[in-house]
Design a protein around this ligand. Structure first.
Ligand SMILES: [Zn+2]
Length: 277
């Protein structure tokens, strides 16, 4: 081969390698090790939105906030920047929670903390929701550690369109850390030491994902049989929030307001700048 062609050939080889790696990258949409430096912690509900259902033993907005505040130092002390969407009992619109997370794109993840409720007292367990393919590893690791720390039943990792799993530009998960309508689980959650375990489980999952990314996570599971590709306003299994607060569009026939796509502006939300620590 003529010497003059060699540099050109080398350039072509490099180009092909680069394109090849890029193409491979499209197959692996997960987080890479060290893939984020900021964690936006979202304590569910707040203010006028208590997250309550009639047969619930504890106020969700209170235990969600407490758990979020326990999670904050665990992540901060491990070297991550932490942003809270709320730090006390005030209401934050879901869109504002999304906007807060998006401010830290592309180096952030969003972790939304909730406790579940059901019309029946029977359901129990922990479940983590995600939608984006790059959030599956995070959801898997957090769910695994949540189960390990809490000892609660494993309801699994579920891919579902929710406002906080679908709308943010950053990897996002929503954790349902036990049923407040189940007497045993509500009793556990009422104990601060148990909420510390919940926070520790979430922290361990987040830190493991930060360190390892999606290595050895496996491929994305198939979608649920029926997924409506429209962000729902609530997430709780089998619960309907009050109409003025939110509407569930994810479940057929559960809402009197089925079909509407906007929440009613019943009151202006108190907006506070996210706190960093
Ligand atoms: Zn909730």
């Amino acid at each position: 081969m003529h010497r003059l062609f060699r540099p050109a050939l080398r350039s072509l080889s490099l180009l092909a390698l680069t394109l090849g790696l890029s193409a491979c990258g499209t197959f692996n949409a997960g987080l890479r090790p060290g893939g984020f430096t900021t964690v936006v912690i979202d304590a569910g509900h707040g203010g006028k939105d208590s997250g309550e259902s009639p047969n619930q033993y504890l106020k969700e907005k209170e235990v969600a906030l407490d758990t979020a505040k326990r999670l904050q130092p665990l992540l901060r002390d491990s070297g991550l920047r932490v942003v809270m969407t709320r730090t006390s009992d005030y209401f934050v619109e879901l869109d504002d929670r999304v906007a807060i997370a998006d401010r830290y794109y592309p180096n952030a993840i969003l972790v939304s903390i909730h406790y579940n409720a059901s019309p029946s007292h029977a359901p129990r367990g922990v479940q983590t929701f995600f939608w984006r393919p790059d959030s599956y590893g995070l959801a898997t690791r957090v769910q695994r550690h949540l189960i390990g720390e809490s000892g609660l039943e494993n309801r699994g990792v579920t891919r579902r369109v929710l406002r906080l799993t679908h709308s943010p530009r950053v990897p996002s998960i929503l954790c349902e850390c036990g049923f407040l309508t189940n007497r045993d689980e509500a009793n556990l959650v009422s104990n601060p030491a148990f909420r510390q375990k919940i926070a520790q489980g979430i922290a361990d999952g987040v830190l493991e994902e930060q360190e390892q990314g999606d290595v050895n996570i496996g491929s994305l599971p198939p979608l649920e049989r029926r997924v409506i590709p429209r962000p729902s306003y609530t997430h709780h299994t089998g619960r309907r929030h009050r109409a003025t607060m939110s509407r569930d569009h994810s479940r057929k026939g559960t809402s009197r307001h089925k079909g509407r796509t906007k929440t009613r502006a019943t009151a202006k939300s108190k907006r506070k700048k996210p706190r960093e620590s």
